[in-house]
Design a binder for this molecule. Structure first.
Ligand code: ADP
Ligand code: LRH
Length: 495
C-alpha cells in the first residue's frame, strides 16, 4: 500500500528535474521502499547580461510550476514538496517583498581577486575559524562584498536575502525562510557559534539585516499560496525545507552501512569527503583546503570541492556549438577507446573555473607541462576523466589524513556516475572499490527529508537504510594498480 507521496525538485548547475517518490509498503511484510519516477527535466542555462552572468530564475520557477502541474495531471497526489539547489547563490527582496534583479550566477567574474582582498582585511585563519569553508571565489561572502564594492543600489534597497532554494520556496508559498545547510555555504555563518557572523558582515559592509534565523532541514515552510494553487489548479500542498543544498541532500542518500564512510557527490562539481559530528577547524584542514559544510541531522561534512565534470561539460558545449551534438555516452565511448595515461591536467587549476575556451585551456595546460597535447575528443575526454580519478585519490588520502580514518572504498552518487568509465577509472586510481549509486541522490535525499518531516522516517540513519534498500548499487573493483600508481606520481608533479 502507498504510505506517502512526495515531490522533489533538484536543481543542478547543468539541469533541473522533478521526481515523484512513492513510499510503498508491499504486502509481503518486507520493509517499506521508496520508488522514483522522473516526471520533468529541464536545462539550466545561465544568461550573460552586460557584464554579469545570471541565473534565469523566473524560468526555473516556471519549470517548477510545470513540474507541480504534471505531477497532478499524471494522477499523483503528493502531500509535500521540497526544493534543493546548488549552493551559495541568492536573491534579494525589497521591502515590498519583490525580487531585486536577477540573481548572479556563482561563476560571474565579479568575485575575481576578492579572496585575496578579504584575506588581507580579515586574515585567512580568522575567516577559516569563523566560516569553516574552503576558499572558493563563489562563496556568498565574496559575491556580497563585490556588490558592496560596486556600490550596488540593490544591496542598499534589500531587506531580505534568500538563498536560491528558499527564494524558489518563497515564490511558491509567500513565506520567507532560511534553511541551515544552505546558510553554511555562505562563509558568513559561524559553525562554532552556530550563528550568523554579524561582526564579519560589519567589517565588510554587508548588511546583517538581510539574514534570517536558520531552521533545521526537515522544517515545514508553509503551503502553496492561494495564487499558485489557483494558477496551477492544485491543492495547497506543504513545502518542506529539506536539506536544500543539493550536496547535503545527496549525502543524505548515500547508502552507507557504517558511520564512517567516504563519499563522492559527482555532478558539475565533485564533492569528496566524509561525515563528521562536528566541524574540523584545524590548521591542517585549512592548509589542505577542505570545507566544513552543515549537513542534515546535525552533521558536518568535511569535504573537498573539486572542479568536476564541469570541465567535460564545457568541452561538450563547445563541440555542440560547432554543430555536431555529441552525447555523454558517445564521449565516454571515445574516451574508452583512447590511449590510457597519455596526458593529465590538474583539474583544480584556476584556469578551468571560468566558462569558455575549455578545449584550448586543456591543450595549453598539457603543452606547458611538457605532455603530449590531446587532439581528439576521445583524447581530451580521457585526459579529463583520468585526471579527475587521480584528483579523487589525492582528496581521499587527504581526508584520511585529516580524520585519521581509513576508508575501504568510495561511495559515488550523482549524475556523473552514469559515466561508467569514470567509476572504473576511479576504482583504478584509488586502488579500492567504488560503490556507485544512486544516480538521483540529491532528489532522493530531498525526498528522504520530506519523509522525516512527515514522521515516516526517524532520522538520517534510517533514511540511509531506506535508500540502501530501495536503490541498486554497482560495484567497481580496482584494476591495473601498478599503472595507476605510476600515473599518480606523474600527477603529483603537475603542481
Ligand atoms: P548537476 O546536478 O550539477 O547539474 P548532474 O548530477 O546532473 O549535475 O551530473 C551532470 C554530469 O553527469 C554531466 O556533466 C555529465 O558528465 C554526466 N552525465 C549525465 N548523463 C550522462 C550519461 N548518460 N552518460 C555519462 N555521463 C553522463
Ligand atoms: C554542487 C554545489 C557545490 C557548491 C557548488 C556551488 O551542485 O552545490 O556543493 O559548492 O554547487
Amino acid at each position: 500500500s502507498l504510505l506517502s507521496t512526495v515531490l522533489a525538485f533538484d536543481l543542478g548547475a547543468s539541469s533541473g528535474r522533478a521526481l515523484i517518490g512513492e513510499f510503498i509498503q508491499s504486502d509481503d511484510d518486507a520493509k517499506p521502499k521508496l520508488q522514483l519516477k522522473e516526471i520533468h527535466r529541464f536545462p539550466n542555462q545561465p544568461i550573460q547580461v552586460g557584464n554579469h552572468l545570471h541565473w534565469d530564475i523566473l524560468r526555473l520557477l516556471h519549470e517548477i510550476k510545470t513540474g507541480i502541474r504534471i505531477a497532478f495531471q499524471e494522477g499523483y497526489k503528493p502531500q509535500t514538496l521540497g526544493i534543493d539547489t546548488w549552493g551559495v547563490d541568492f536573491g534579494l527582496l525589497d521591502r515590498n517583498g519583490e525580487l531585486l534583479g536577477s540573481p548572479y550566477h556563482y561563476r560571474d567574474a565579479q568575485t575575481e581577486g576578492l579572496i585575496e582582498e578579504v584575506d588581507g582585511m580579515i586574515g585567512r585563519d580568522v575567516l577559516f575559524q569563523q566560516g569553516g569553508l574552503q576558499f572558493m571565489p563563489f562563496n556568498t561572502i565574496y559575491q556580497l562584498y563585490a556588490m558592496k564594492k560596486a556600490s550596488s543600489p540593490k544591496l542598499d534597497m534589500a531587506q531580505t536575502l534568500l538563498l536560491t532554494p528558499d527564494l524558489l520556496a518563497y515564490f511558491l508559498t509567500g513565506k520567507r525562510n532560511c534553511e541551515f545547510t544552505m546558510a553554511t555555504t555562505t562563509q558568513l555563518f559561524d559553525p562554532r557559534k552556530q550563528a550568523w557572523n554579524t561582526g564579519l558582515m560589519d567589517r565588510l559592509g554587508i548588511p546583517s539585516r538581510l539574514f534570517l534565523e536558520p531552521v533545521a532541514p526537515g522544517t515545514a515552510i508553509g503551503p502553496l499560496s492561494d495564487v499558485v494553487c489557483r494558477e496551477l489548479e492544485v491543492p495547497p500542498i506543504q513545502v518542506v525545507a529539506v536539506g536544500t543544498h543539493d550536496t547535503e541532500s545527496a549525502i543524505t542518500a548515500v547508502p552507507a552501512g557504517d558511520e564512517r564512510f567516504a563519499y563522492l557527490v559527482c555532478g558539475t562539481w565533485s564533492l569528496l569527503g566524509t561525515e563528521l559530528k562536528e566541524p574540523l577547524l584545524t590548521p591542517e584542514t585549512l592548509s589542505l583546503e577542505f570545507s566544513n559544510e552543515g549537513g542534515v541531522g546535525g552533521t558536518y561534512q568535511l569535504l573537498k570541492n573539486i572542479m568536476g565534470l564541469w570541465i567535460l561539460q564545457e568541452c561538450k558545449r563547445e563541440w555542440d556549438e560547432q554543430g555536431t551534438v555529441i552525447s555523454y555516452e558517445e564521449l565516454a565511448q571515445l574516451a574508452e577507446n583512447a590511449e590510457p595515461f597519455r596526458s593529465l591536467i590538474q583539474p583544480d587549476d584556476p584556469r578551468f573555473y571560468s566558462p569558455s575556451g575549455m578545449v584550448e585551456k586543456i591543450r595549453s595546460f598539457c603543452q606547458e607541462t611538457d605532455q603530449p597535447v590531446p587532439k581528439t575528443k576521445g583524447q581530451i575526454a580521457r585526459c579529463i576523466l583520468e585526471s579527475l580519478a587521480l584528483r579523487y585519490r589525492e582528496a581521499l588520502e587527504q581526508a584520511e589524513k585529516l580524520t585519521g580514518n581509513v576508508f575501504s572504498g568510495l561511495h559515488m552518487v550523482g549524475g556523473g556516475i552514469q559515466n561508467k568509465l569514470l567509476c572504473r577509472l576511479t576504482a583504478g586510481a584509488l586502488g579500492r572499490p567504488v560503490w556507485a549509486g544512486p544516480v538521483e541522490a540529491s532528489a532522493i535525499g530531498n525526498m528522504l527529508m520530506q519523509l522525516v518531516s512527515r514522521g515516516h522516517c526517524d532520522g538520517l540513519l534510517s533514511a540511509r537504510k531506506l535508500s540502501a534498500a530501495s536503490f541498486p548499487v554497482m560495484s567497481y573493483e580496482p584494476e591495473e594498480t601498478e599503472s595507476w600508481n605510476q600515473a599518480y606520481i606523474a600527477f603529483g608533479k603537475l603542481k
